[in-house]
Write a protein that binds this ligand. Structure first.
Ligand SMILES: Cc1cc2nc3c(=O)[nH]c(=O)nc-3n(C[C@H](O)[C@H](O)[C@H](O)COP(=O)(O)OP(=O)(O)OC[C@H]3O[C@@H](n4cnc5c(N)ncnc54)[C@H](O)[C@@H]3O)c2cc1C
Length: 309
Protein backbone atom coordinates (compact mmCIF):
# COMPACT_ATOMS: atom_id res chain seq x y z
CA UNK A 1 0.00 0.00 0.00
CA UNK A 2 1.36 3.42 -0.88
CA UNK A 3 2.54 5.71 1.90
CA UNK A 4 0.12 8.41 0.77
CA UNK A 5 -2.83 6.00 0.96
CA UNK A 6 -1.80 4.93 4.49
CA UNK A 7 -1.44 8.54 5.62
CA UNK A 8 -4.82 9.49 4.21
CA UNK A 9 -6.53 6.46 5.76
CA UNK A 10 -4.99 7.40 9.12
CA UNK A 11 -6.27 10.96 8.60
CA UNK A 12 -9.77 9.54 7.93
CA UNK A 13 -9.82 8.22 11.52
CA UNK A 14 -8.43 11.40 13.11
CA UNK A 15 -10.98 13.18 15.32
CA UNK A 16 -9.08 16.50 15.44
CA UNK A 17 -8.82 16.71 11.67
CA UNK A 18 -12.50 15.82 11.33
CA UNK A 19 -13.46 18.73 13.57
CA UNK A 20 -11.12 21.25 11.94
CA UNK A 21 -10.68 20.33 8.27
CA UNK A 22 -14.42 20.33 7.56
CA UNK A 23 -14.62 24.08 8.30
CA UNK A 24 -12.47 25.08 5.33
CA UNK A 25 -14.25 26.11 2.16
CA UNK A 26 -11.60 24.47 -0.08
CA UNK A 27 -12.28 21.13 1.64
CA UNK A 28 -16.05 21.59 1.33
CA UNK A 29 -15.57 22.60 -2.30
CA UNK A 30 -13.69 19.37 -3.02
CA UNK A 31 -16.34 17.27 -1.28
CA UNK A 32 -18.97 18.58 -3.67
CA UNK A 33 -17.21 16.59 -6.40
CA UNK A 34 -18.37 13.39 -4.66
CA UNK A 35 -21.72 14.36 -3.18
CA UNK A 36 -24.52 16.52 -4.52
CA UNK A 37 -25.17 18.12 -1.13
CA UNK A 38 -25.75 17.40 2.54
CA UNK A 39 -29.55 17.07 2.39
CA UNK A 40 -31.90 14.32 1.27
CA UNK A 41 -33.51 16.80 -1.13
CA UNK A 42 -30.15 17.33 -2.85
CA UNK A 43 -29.67 13.55 -3.10
CA UNK A 44 -33.18 13.07 -4.54
CA UNK A 45 -32.56 15.81 -7.11
CA UNK A 46 -29.34 14.04 -8.18
CA UNK A 47 -31.29 10.77 -8.49
CA UNK A 48 -33.87 12.47 -10.74
CA UNK A 49 -31.10 13.66 -13.00
CA UNK A 50 -29.56 10.17 -13.09
CA UNK A 51 -32.98 8.68 -13.87
CA UNK A 52 -33.13 10.80 -17.03
CA UNK A 53 -29.97 8.95 -18.13
CA UNK A 54 -31.46 5.51 -17.24
CA UNK A 55 -29.14 5.26 -14.24
CA UNK A 56 -30.52 3.94 -10.94
CA UNK A 57 -29.57 5.22 -7.48
CA UNK A 58 -28.57 3.84 -4.12
CA UNK A 59 -28.81 6.40 -1.32
CA UNK A 60 -26.57 6.39 1.69
CA UNK A 61 -26.87 8.80 4.59
CA UNK A 62 -23.31 9.33 5.79
CA UNK A 63 -22.43 8.33 9.33
CA UNK A 64 -20.59 5.60 11.19
CA UNK A 65 -19.77 4.40 14.71
CA UNK A 66 -22.87 5.91 16.29
CA UNK A 67 -22.77 5.16 20.02
CA UNK A 68 -25.87 6.98 21.21
CA UNK A 69 -29.26 5.23 21.34
CA UNK A 70 -31.24 8.34 20.42
CA UNK A 71 -29.02 8.98 17.40
CA UNK A 72 -29.42 5.38 16.20
CA UNK A 73 -33.20 5.85 16.38
CA UNK A 74 -32.88 9.09 14.39
CA UNK A 75 -30.81 7.35 11.70
CA UNK A 76 -33.43 4.60 11.40
CA UNK A 77 -36.27 7.16 11.25
CA UNK A 78 -34.34 8.99 8.55
CA UNK A 79 -33.99 5.84 6.42
CA UNK A 80 -37.71 5.09 6.84
CA UNK A 81 -38.37 8.60 5.52
CA UNK A 82 -36.00 7.99 2.60
CA UNK A 83 -37.93 4.82 1.71
CA UNK A 84 -41.19 6.81 1.83
CA UNK A 85 -39.77 9.49 -0.46
CA UNK A 86 -38.44 6.87 -2.91
CA UNK A 87 -41.89 5.29 -3.10
CA UNK A 88 -43.60 8.68 -3.54
CA UNK A 89 -41.22 9.75 -6.32
CA UNK A 90 -41.37 6.46 -8.21
CA UNK A 91 -37.58 6.47 -8.43
CA UNK A 92 -35.67 3.27 -9.20
CA UNK A 93 -33.72 3.63 -5.98
CA UNK A 94 -32.46 1.60 -3.05
CA UNK A 95 -30.55 2.36 0.13
CA UNK A 96 -27.25 1.25 1.62
CA UNK A 97 -26.65 1.31 5.37
CA UNK A 98 -23.64 0.97 7.65
CA UNK A 99 -24.28 -1.29 10.64
CA UNK A 100 -22.12 0.86 12.94
CA UNK A 101 -24.48 3.71 12.10
CA UNK A 102 -27.35 1.50 13.29
CA UNK A 103 -25.78 0.82 16.69
CA UNK A 104 -23.50 -2.19 16.08
CA UNK A 105 -21.00 -0.77 18.61
CA UNK A 106 -23.78 -0.60 21.21
CA UNK A 107 -25.22 -4.09 20.70
CA UNK A 108 -25.67 -6.49 17.75
CA UNK A 109 -29.26 -7.24 18.85
CA UNK A 110 -30.19 -3.57 18.94
CA UNK A 111 -28.56 -3.09 15.54
CA UNK A 112 -30.52 -6.04 14.16
CA UNK A 113 -33.84 -4.58 15.36
CA UNK A 114 -33.10 -1.32 13.52
CA UNK A 115 -31.93 -3.09 10.38
CA UNK A 116 -35.06 -5.27 10.43
CA UNK A 117 -37.33 -2.21 10.77
CA UNK A 118 -35.71 -0.72 7.66
CA UNK A 119 -35.84 -3.91 5.60
CA UNK A 120 -39.48 -4.50 6.49
CA UNK A 121 -40.40 -1.03 5.21
CA UNK A 122 -38.48 -1.36 1.93
CA UNK A 123 -40.24 -2.46 -1.23
CA UNK A 124 -40.02 -6.22 -1.58
CA UNK A 125 -38.60 -6.01 -5.10
CA UNK A 126 -35.75 -3.73 -3.99
CA UNK A 127 -32.66 -4.49 -1.95
CA UNK A 128 -31.49 -2.88 1.29
CA UNK A 129 -27.71 -3.00 0.97
CA UNK A 130 -25.44 -3.43 3.98
CA UNK A 131 -22.00 -1.83 3.65
CA UNK A 132 -18.90 -3.65 4.81
CA UNK A 133 -16.69 -1.66 7.19
CA UNK A 134 -13.21 -2.27 8.65
CA UNK A 135 -12.12 -5.91 9.15
CA UNK A 136 -12.90 -5.99 12.90
CA UNK A 137 -16.59 -5.67 11.95
CA UNK A 138 -16.72 -8.37 9.26
CA UNK A 139 -17.81 -11.29 11.50
CA UNK A 140 -20.53 -9.26 13.22
CA UNK A 141 -21.73 -7.82 9.89
CA UNK A 142 -21.94 -11.25 8.26
CA UNK A 143 -23.75 -12.71 11.31
CA UNK A 144 -26.38 -9.97 11.19
CA UNK A 145 -26.64 -10.24 7.42
CA UNK A 146 -27.31 -14.00 7.65
CA UNK A 147 -29.95 -13.39 10.33
CA UNK A 148 -31.63 -10.74 8.19
CA UNK A 149 -31.46 -12.76 4.97
CA UNK A 150 -33.04 -15.82 6.58
CA UNK A 151 -36.19 -13.79 7.24
CA UNK A 152 -36.06 -11.27 4.39
CA UNK A 153 -34.75 -12.02 0.89
CA UNK A 154 -34.58 -8.30 0.02
CA UNK A 155 -31.26 -7.59 1.75
CA UNK A 156 -27.81 -7.48 0.18
CA UNK A 157 -24.26 -7.39 1.52
CA UNK A 158 -21.05 -5.77 0.41
CA UNK A 159 -17.99 -8.05 0.23
CA UNK A 160 -14.42 -6.75 -0.04
CA UNK A 161 -12.09 -8.44 -2.54
CA UNK A 162 -8.94 -7.29 -0.69
CA UNK A 163 -9.66 -9.55 2.31
CA UNK A 164 -8.05 -13.00 2.24
CA UNK A 165 -11.16 -14.41 3.94
CA UNK A 166 -13.70 -13.24 1.35
CA UNK A 167 -13.39 -16.37 -0.81
CA UNK A 168 -14.61 -18.48 2.14
CA UNK A 169 -17.23 -15.92 3.16
CA UNK A 170 -18.69 -15.96 -0.35
CA UNK A 171 -18.78 -19.79 -0.42
CA UNK A 172 -20.61 -19.85 2.93
CA UNK A 173 -23.13 -17.20 1.85
CA UNK A 174 -24.13 -18.69 -1.50
CA UNK A 175 -26.35 -21.48 -0.06
CA UNK A 176 -28.52 -18.67 1.40
CA UNK A 177 -29.17 -17.03 -2.01
CA UNK A 178 -27.65 -13.66 -1.16
CA UNK A 179 -27.45 -10.40 -3.08
CA UNK A 180 -23.85 -9.26 -3.23
CA UNK A 181 -22.09 -6.03 -4.11
CA UNK A 182 -18.40 -6.74 -4.62
CA UNK A 183 -15.92 -3.93 -3.92
CA UNK A 184 -12.14 -3.82 -3.59
CA UNK A 185 -12.18 -2.47 0.00
CA UNK A 186 -11.58 1.02 1.36
CA UNK A 187 -9.91 0.57 4.77
CA UNK A 188 -6.36 0.38 6.05
CA UNK A 189 -5.80 -3.35 6.65
CA UNK A 190 -2.53 -5.17 7.47
CA UNK A 191 -1.08 -7.71 4.97
CA UNK A 192 -2.10 -10.67 7.20
CA UNK A 193 -5.71 -9.66 6.60
CA UNK A 194 -5.78 -8.06 3.15
CA UNK A 195 -3.82 -8.25 -0.10
CA UNK A 196 -1.42 -5.32 -0.18
CA UNK A 197 -0.66 -5.24 -3.92
CA UNK A 198 -3.21 -3.74 -6.30
CA UNK A 199 -2.58 -6.55 -8.78
CA UNK A 200 -3.51 -9.18 -6.17
CA UNK A 201 -6.64 -7.27 -5.15
CA UNK A 202 -7.69 -7.02 -8.80
CA UNK A 203 -7.16 -10.77 -9.41
CA UNK A 204 -9.09 -11.61 -6.25
CA UNK A 205 -11.88 -9.31 -7.48
CA UNK A 206 -11.99 -11.02 -10.87
CA UNK A 207 -12.09 -14.55 -9.38
CA UNK A 208 -14.81 -13.62 -6.86
CA UNK A 209 -16.74 -11.78 -9.58
CA UNK A 210 -16.71 -14.89 -11.80
CA UNK A 211 -17.99 -17.00 -8.90
CA UNK A 212 -20.80 -14.52 -8.28
CA UNK A 213 -21.82 -14.58 -11.94
CA UNK A 214 -21.75 -18.39 -12.06
CA UNK A 215 -23.87 -18.48 -8.90
CA UNK A 216 -26.32 -15.98 -10.40
CA UNK A 217 -26.64 -18.13 -13.50
CA UNK A 218 -27.47 -21.11 -11.30
CA UNK A 219 -29.97 -19.01 -9.30
CA UNK A 220 -27.83 -19.16 -6.14
CA UNK A 221 -27.24 -15.40 -6.07
CA UNK A 222 -30.12 -12.93 -6.47
CA UNK A 223 -28.08 -9.85 -7.43
CA UNK A 224 -24.43 -9.85 -8.45
CA UNK A 225 -23.37 -6.20 -8.44
CA UNK A 226 -19.89 -4.89 -9.17
CA UNK A 227 -19.05 -1.84 -7.06
CA UNK A 228 -16.02 -0.53 -8.93
CA UNK A 229 -14.74 2.24 -11.19
CA UNK A 230 -12.03 0.02 -12.62
CA UNK A 231 -12.91 -0.03 -16.32
CA UNK A 232 -10.44 -2.80 -17.25
CA UNK A 233 -11.83 -5.09 -14.54
CA UNK A 234 -15.40 -4.27 -15.53
CA UNK A 235 -14.64 -5.19 -19.15
CA UNK A 236 -13.09 -8.53 -18.13
CA UNK A 237 -16.17 -9.35 -16.07
CA UNK A 238 -18.55 -8.13 -18.79
CA UNK A 239 -16.79 -10.41 -21.29
CA UNK A 240 -17.07 -13.33 -18.89
CA UNK A 241 -20.78 -12.57 -18.34
CA UNK A 242 -21.39 -12.41 -22.10
CA UNK A 243 -19.58 -15.73 -22.61
CA UNK A 244 -21.79 -17.26 -19.91
CA UNK A 245 -24.87 -16.09 -21.82
CA UNK A 246 -25.94 -13.20 -19.59
CA UNK A 247 -28.09 -10.48 -21.12
CA UNK A 248 -26.82 -6.88 -20.79
CA UNK A 249 -29.44 -6.04 -18.13
CA UNK A 250 -28.10 -8.79 -15.87
CA UNK A 251 -24.66 -7.17 -15.77
CA UNK A 252 -24.81 -4.70 -12.90
CA UNK A 253 -22.24 -2.08 -12.02
CA UNK A 254 -22.51 0.35 -9.12
CA UNK A 255 -20.28 3.42 -8.95
CA UNK A 256 -19.98 6.43 -6.69
CA UNK A 257 -21.51 9.78 -7.54
CA UNK A 258 -19.07 11.98 -9.45
CA UNK A 259 -16.61 9.21 -10.39
CA UNK A 260 -16.36 7.83 -13.96
CA UNK A 261 -19.55 9.61 -15.03
CA UNK A 262 -18.96 8.86 -18.72
CA UNK A 263 -18.63 5.15 -17.91
CA UNK A 264 -21.83 5.21 -15.84
CA UNK A 265 -23.66 6.68 -18.85
CA UNK A 266 -22.01 4.35 -21.35
CA UNK A 267 -23.10 1.26 -19.39
CA UNK A 268 -26.67 2.57 -19.09
CA UNK A 269 -26.87 3.44 -22.78
CA UNK A 270 -25.68 -0.06 -23.70
CA UNK A 271 -28.52 -1.55 -21.63
CA UNK A 272 -26.48 -2.72 -18.63
CA UNK A 273 -27.75 -2.06 -15.11
CA UNK A 274 -25.88 1.09 -14.12
CA UNK A 275 -26.38 2.36 -10.59
CA UNK A 276 -24.83 5.29 -8.77
CA UNK A 277 -24.40 5.42 -5.03
CA UNK A 278 -25.35 8.91 -3.88
CA UNK A 279 -24.00 9.75 -0.44
CA UNK A 280 -25.22 12.79 1.47
CA UNK A 281 -25.30 14.17 5.01
CA UNK A 282 -23.17 16.35 7.22
CA UNK A 283 -20.94 13.58 8.59
CA UNK A 284 -18.89 13.30 5.41
CA UNK A 285 -15.31 13.70 6.64
CA UNK A 286 -14.10 10.03 7.03
CA UNK A 287 -16.00 8.93 3.91
CA UNK A 288 -14.51 11.80 1.90
CA UNK A 289 -10.94 11.14 3.03
CA UNK A 290 -11.33 7.47 2.02
CA UNK A 291 -12.25 8.79 -1.48
CA UNK A 292 -9.03 10.84 -1.48
CA UNK A 293 -7.06 7.77 -0.43
CA UNK A 294 -8.45 5.77 -3.36
CA UNK A 295 -6.96 8.28 -5.74
CA UNK A 296 -4.42 10.61 -4.12
CA UNK A 297 -4.50 12.65 -7.38
CA UNK A 298 -7.81 13.94 -5.97
CA UNK A 299 -5.68 15.99 -3.57
CA UNK A 300 -4.87 18.21 -6.54
CA UNK A 301 -8.52 19.14 -6.85
CA UNK A 302 -8.33 20.27 -3.25
CA UNK A 303 -5.15 22.25 -3.89
CA UNK A 304 -6.85 23.93 -6.87
CA UNK A 305 -9.78 24.80 -4.59
CA UNK A 306 -7.41 26.48 -2.11
CA UNK A 307 -6.46 28.96 -4.81
CA UNK A 308 -10.00 29.26 -6.11
CA UNK A 309 -11.33 30.14 -2.61
C1 LIG B 1 -21.11 1.49 -5.04
C2 LIG B 1 -19.91 1.35 -4.15
C3 LIG B 1 -20.09 0.95 -2.84
C4 LIG B 1 -18.98 0.79 -2.00
N1 LIG B 1 -19.15 0.30 -0.74
C5 LIG B 1 -18.08 -0.01 0.01
C6 LIG B 1 -18.21 -0.68 1.26
O1 LIG B 1 -19.31 -0.98 1.73
N2 LIG B 1 -17.06 -0.99 1.93
C7 LIG B 1 -15.81 -0.70 1.45
O2 LIG B 1 -14.81 -1.04 2.09
N3 LIG B 1 -15.67 -0.03 0.29
C8 LIG B 1 -16.76 0.32 -0.43
N4 LIG B 1 -16.59 0.96 -1.64
C9 LIG B 1 -15.27 1.51 -2.00
C10 LIG B 1 -14.38 0.46 -2.66
O3 LIG B 1 -13.95 -0.48 -1.71
C11 LIG B 1 -13.13 1.10 -3.28
O4 LIG B 1 -12.38 1.73 -2.28
C12 LIG B 1 -13.41 2.11 -4.37
O5 LIG B 1 -14.48 1.72 -5.17
C13 LIG B 1 -12.16 2.32 -5.28
O6 LIG B 1 -11.84 1.13 -5.90
P1 LIG B 1 -12.13 0.80 -7.45
O7 LIG B 1 -12.80 -0.54 -7.50
O8 LIG B 1 -12.89 1.88 -8.06
O9 LIG B 1 -10.72 0.56 -8.09
P2 LIG B 1 -9.39 1.45 -8.13
O10 LIG B 1 -8.34 0.55 -8.67
O11 LIG B 1 -9.16 2.09 -6.81
O12 LIG B 1 -9.76 2.57 -9.16
C14 LIG B 1 -9.90 2.33 -10.55
C15 LIG B 1 -10.01 3.67 -11.24
O13 LIG B 1 -11.24 4.31 -10.86
C16 LIG B 1 -11.04 5.70 -10.63
N5 LIG B 1 -11.27 6.00 -9.21
C17 LIG B 1 -11.36 5.12 -8.18
N6 LIG B 1 -11.60 5.75 -7.01
C18 LIG B 1 -11.63 7.07 -7.31
C19 LIG B 1 -11.84 8.23 -6.54
N7 LIG B 1 -12.05 8.17 -5.22
N8 LIG B 1 -11.81 9.42 -7.16
C20 LIG B 1 -11.61 9.51 -8.50
N9 LIG B 1 -11.41 8.44 -9.29
C21 LIG B 1 -11.42 7.23 -8.70
C22 LIG B 1 -9.61 6.00 -11.04
O14 LIG B 1 -9.61 6.34 -12.39
C23 LIG B 1 -8.92 4.67 -10.84
O15 LIG B 1 -7.79 4.53 -11.64
C24 LIG B 1 -17.69 1.11 -2.48
C25 LIG B 1 -17.52 1.53 -3.82
C26 LIG B 1 -18.60 1.63 -4.64
C27 LIG B 1 -18.39 2.05 -6.05
Amino acid sequence: MSLMRSLLLAAARNQWLREHATRYSFVRGTVSRFMPGETLDAALAAAESLRSKKIGTVFTHLGENVKDHAEVRQVTEHYLEVLKRIRASGLQAEISVKLTQLGLDLSPDLCFEHLKAIIERAQKDSIVWVDMEASNYVDATLDLYRRALTAHPNVGICLQAYLHRTKDDLAKLLPLRPSIRLVKGAYDEPPEIAFARKQDVDESYFELGKQMLRAKKENRCVRAAFGTHDVALMRRLADFAAAEGFGKKDFEVQMLYGIQRAEQERLASEGCTSIVLVAYGSYWYPWFVRRLAERPANLWFMVRNVFAA
